[in-house]
Design a protein around this ligand. Structure first.
Ligand code: DGL
Length: 270
């Protein structure tokens, strides 16, 4: 297989990484993609660094069985905790994440200098976003909030506007953050873009809501292009694997991705 015809390997703890796949498909529709969702172990964000690192190494090992030209860590938690470990172990493959591109975008676009981040416990505790945002703009004030209830609800398919439970939970999390006067809100978990419309309604017009999934796909495209790794031929192949129930995942994935899913979901023993 020609280098640029190879797959982009994408992984997350569950359905969240599909928000990155969706952004990749929108901007690079002809790329071949292998996706792995570690649904047997979701959520990652409430676990220890050691446990998250172990899961992440297993995820990359699985993707590495295929002919891949890049690894995309489509999970803020995995990126914040285990990025360096993955880069060391798989130094021959370019590894892309979500924290760096999202931090850069927010740091360069805020006007008031007050940025809010919602993410998992592990991402918030790692301070990865604060550190990276300050690298690009040291004058910003960063307010981080862990929202551990959101990932389990999204995994259960509770991501639609009008769902009273998710709307109530989001209102409780976001109202105090809104009152602090931020002008930018980072969705620092790839599950959260599924909640974009509800979040945008709560935060209102004055707050720019930045999806880590879109920022990651934009950077991925630029990087693949500069390394001459963009696929040049038409048509794409997409394969999806999960470590738990494939049918349930496929149902949720189809609701969210529609035609963009473009492939079957299979179970994989990892
Ligand atoms: N979607 C992930 C993230 O971006 C992980 C959520 C989880 O498993 O807790 O952080």
């Amino acid at each position: 297989m020609n280098n640029n015809e190879q797959y982009i390997g994408v992984f997350d703890s569950g359905i969240g990484g599909l928000t990155v796949v969706k952004s990749i498909v929108e901007s690079m529709p002809d790329e071949n993609i292998i996706y792995f969702g570690d649904t047997a172990h979701v959520p990652y964000g409430t676990r220890s660094r050691e446990q998250i690192t172990q899961y992440v190494l297993n995820d990359v090992k699985f993707l590495h069985k295929f002919s891949i030209k890049a690894v995309v860590i489509a999970c803020n938690t995995a990126d914040a905790i285990a990025r360096e470990t993955v880069e060391k172990k798989y130094s021959q493959i370019p590894v892309f994440g979500v924290v760096e591109p999202t931090s850069k975008k927010a740091a360069l676009s805020t006007k008031s200098g007050k940025i809010g981040i919602i993410a998992t416990n592990a991402t918030v505790n790692s301070k990865a976003y604060e550190k990276t945002i300050h690298k690009y703009n040291e004058k910003t004030e960063v307010i981080s909030l862990a929202c551990p209830l959101l990932v389990p609800l999204v995994e259960e398919g509770r991501f639609h506007k009008g769902d009273k439970v998710i709307e109530r939970v989001l209102n409780e999390y976001l109202t105090p953050l809104k009152e602090q006067g931020i002008d930018t809100l980072i969705l620092g978990c790839t599950h959260y873009p599924l909640l974009y419309d509800i979040i945008k309604d709560i935060m209102g017009e004055g707050v720019d809501v930045i999806s880590s999934s879109e920022a990651a796909a934009e950077t991925l495209k630029n990087e693949l292009s500069s390394r001459q790794l963009l696929k040049a031929t038409k048509g794409s192949e997409r394969k999806y694997f999960v470590s738990d129930n494939a049918e349930f995942f496929e149902k949720q994935a189809l609701i969210f991705m529609g035609d963009a899913l473009g492939g079957k979901v299979q179970h994989a023993d990892v």
